[in-house]
Design a binder for this molecule. Structure first.
Ligand code: HEM
Length: 327
């Protein structure tokens, strides 16, 4: 839920929202105070609290001392007088919102954790789970399922962590533990590679360079003895990579036998990781089963929501500026 008020944007404060703000505030920390803007957390009702010095300040205001909201607000006592000042304020304000949306749209929550965690806790960079998030959670991260919450495990492992520690919230430790090494999944007795393996796909070109497999064939290779997965319509045999995978064997086994494109992209793998794919490439998904529309869907999900959000924010900003001028 986003509550806009004349002088502040209030957001329900969950860990991911904090992370978004923390990451964005870190980028904009120098600009915000200069333009008379501050970020603070506090109760969603009434005036935003906290020092509002541009950095994220946390004020315990809830009944149980918990933080209940976060606000981007004016720190000026009187509205900026000059045209130049107003223009600067406006551009920084829009810049912040733009970056906030950039952070929200260019990443999903897990990537966001990857981006924000080093800020909060340099040594804890491993995400809590590899499971892709529901679409809505990628863009609006409240509430998130527990495994994706930022947790205070790093505050514990870094007892000296100072202000950033207040950005973290305690979660039951059971949630934090990395799942135990998956029991080797038993492979069904598999027929030799494939009815169609070895056949060259028609049409040539890069996309049709290797043997062709059906999704059913891939689905059967879903265990530690033989693990295949599909990424962008290509089939990879990751069996020998299971133990080497920096993200852990479990995540690969979880995706084995399936189309792992979304999970692979969600993690935000590096160029090196993409290069490594070549080593495990074994063929292509059968052209009839290679659903390219998912690419289109992801295009829309990647751009439509941020564009719509930006429009809404633009309108709210106009309203905010008009009200600021009239008061
Ligand atoms: C053949 C396919 C894959 C290759 C070659 C690969 C390679 C890598 C590499 C090199 C890294 C280190 C970080 C980086 O350079 O980006 C990594 C991290 C990771 N990968 Fe993969 N990966 C593959 C598939 C997957 C899949 C299907 C998932 C499913 C979710 C996954 C989840 C992760 C996670 C969670 C991390 C840890 C990220 C971190 O701690 O920062 N990977 N992978």
């Amino acid at each position: 839920m986003l509550v806009a008020r004349s002088s502040a944007w209030m957001l329900p404060l969950d860990e991911c929202t904090r992370a978004v703000f923390a990451a964005t505030a870190a980028v904009c920390a120098a600009e915000l105070p200069a333009a008379g803007l501050g970020l603070s957390t506090g109760h969603c009702v009434g005036q935003p609290q906290g020092s509002g010095n541009g950095a994220l300040s946390t004020t315990k205001t809830g009944a149980g001392g918990e933080d209940t909201g976060i606000a981007l607000h004016n720190t000026w006592r009187t509205p900026p007088a000059g045209k130049v000042q107003r223009k600067r304020h406006k551009s920084v304000y829009l810049g912040f919102i733009w970056r906030l949306f950039g952070v929200l749209s260019s990443t999903n929550a897990r990537q966001l954790q990857r981006a924000a965690l080093p800020l909060l806790c340099p040594r804890r960079t491993r995400p809590h789970s590899s499971r892709p998030l529901p679409l809505a959670a990628r863009y609006w991260p409240a509430p998130l399922p527990a495994p994706f919450l930022l947790v205070d495990s790093c505050a514990r492992s870094h007892p000296t962590a100072s202000s950033s520690r207040s950005l973290l919230v305690s979660q039951p430790t059971a949630r934090l533990r990395r799942p135990r090494r998956a029991d080797p999944v038993r492979c069904a007795k598999l027929p030799a590679a494939s009815m169609e393996a070895g056949k060259r796909a028609e049409g040539g070109g890069e996309a049709a360079a290797g043997p062709v497999f059906t999704l059913q064939e891939v689905a059967r290779r879903n265990c530690s003895r033989e693990a295949w997965l599909v990424i962008h319509g290509r089939v990879y045999d990751v069996t020998r990579f299971l133990e080497e995978h920096p993200g852990g064997e479990e995540v690969l086994l979880e995706q084995a036998g399936k189309d792992a494109t979304e999970s692979f992209e969600d993690v935000g793998h590096s160029t090196d990781a993409r290069e490594m794919l070549k080593q495990y490439y074994i063929g292509e998904v059968h052209p009839d089963q290679n659903v390219t529309s998912s690419g289109q869907a992801s295009f829309w999900s990647t751009w439509l929501i941020p564009i719509f959000g930006a429009l809404v924010l633009g309108l709210m900003y106009r309203y905010y500026m008009l009200e600021g001028r009239s008061s």
